[in-house]
Design a protein around this ligand. Structure first.
Ligand code: NI
Length: 205
C-alpha cells in the first residue's frame, strides 16, 4: 500500500467515525419527550365528581387526553383568578400554534370549596377563563378524597364569618398525561402564560 492510498483509507475511516459520532449525538440530543418534574410521582388517581352542568364526570372521561388541572375556589380574591387567567391565555396560545395538539388538552378546574362552588356557581366562573374549562365539584368527602390523591393542600381559614370565609391552599398548575399519570407542574410563584404554553409544547404530543 502506498502512502497516498494509506492517507485516503485513514480519511474515509475518520469521516465514518465522525458521522457515527454525529448520529449518536443527534439521537442523544433530541429525545422524544424530556421527563417533566412530576415524572414517576405517585399523584393522581380515579375520581367521580360533578361538572358545572350538574353531570357526573370521572377521570376516565378524559382517557387519551392531556389534563391541565388547577385546584382552587371561585370565591378566591386573588391567586385563583390570576392563575386561571394565565391557564386560559397559555392554553389559547398553544391552541393557536398547534390546533390539533391543543384539542388534546382538557383544562380542568377542581374546587376545594364544595360548600360554595355549586355547579351553578361554577358555570359562569369557569366560562370566564376558557371556553372548554371544565369546573368540577362534589360532596365534601369526594373533594377531600381528590385533593388528597392529587397532593393538594386546602384548609378553611377560621375568620369567624360563616359565609365569607377564605381558603388557604396550594396553588399549582398540573399537567397529567393521557394515561392519567402526572407529567409536570408549575407553581403560582412566577407563573406566566408563556410558561404554560411552553410546558404544553414540551410535553403534549
Ligand atoms: Ni385561591
Amino acid at each position: 500500500m502506498n502512502s497516498a492510498k494509506n492517507l485516503r483509507l485513514w480519511l474515509v475511516l475518520g469521516v465514518a467515525v465522525l458521522l457515527a459520532a454525529g448520529l449518536g449525538w443527534m439521537r442523544f440530543a433530541t429525545p422524544q419527550a424530556p421527563p417533566g418534574n412530576l415524572a414517576g410521582a405517585s399523584l393522581g388517581g380515579p375520581f367521580s365528581l360533578t361538572n358545572q352542568d350538574g353531570k357526573t364526570v370521572r377521570d376516565t372521561d378524559f382517557a387519551g387526553r392531556y389534563r391541565l388541572i388547577y385546584f382552587g375556589y371561585g370565591f378566591c380574591p386573588d391567586v385563583c383568578p390570576t392563575d386561571l387567567a394565565l391557564v386560559g391565555r397559555g392554553l389559547k396560545a398553544f391552541e393557536a400554534q398547534s390546533p390539533a395538539l391543543g384539542a388534546k388538552v382538557a383544562p380542568i378546574f377542581i374546587t376545594i370549596d364544595p360548600q360554595r362552588d355549586t355547579p351553578a356557581a361554577l358555570k359562569p366562573f369557569v366560562a370566564a377563563f376558557h371556553p372548554r374549562l371544565v369546573g368540577l365539584t362534589g360532596t365534601p368527602a369526594q373533594i377531600s378524597a381528590v385533593t388528597r390523591a392529587y397532593g393538594v393542600y386546602a384548609r378553611r381559614m377560621d375568620t369567624g364569618d360563616a359565609e365569607n370565609y377564605l381558603m388557604d391552599h396550594s396553588a399549582m398548575v398540573y399537567l397529567y398525561g393521557p394515561d392519567g399519570r402526572p407529567i409536570a407542574f408549575l407553581p403560582h410563584q412566577g407563573l406566566t402564560a408563556q410558561a404554560i404554553t411552553q410546558m404544553l409544547a414540551t410535553h403534549v404530543g
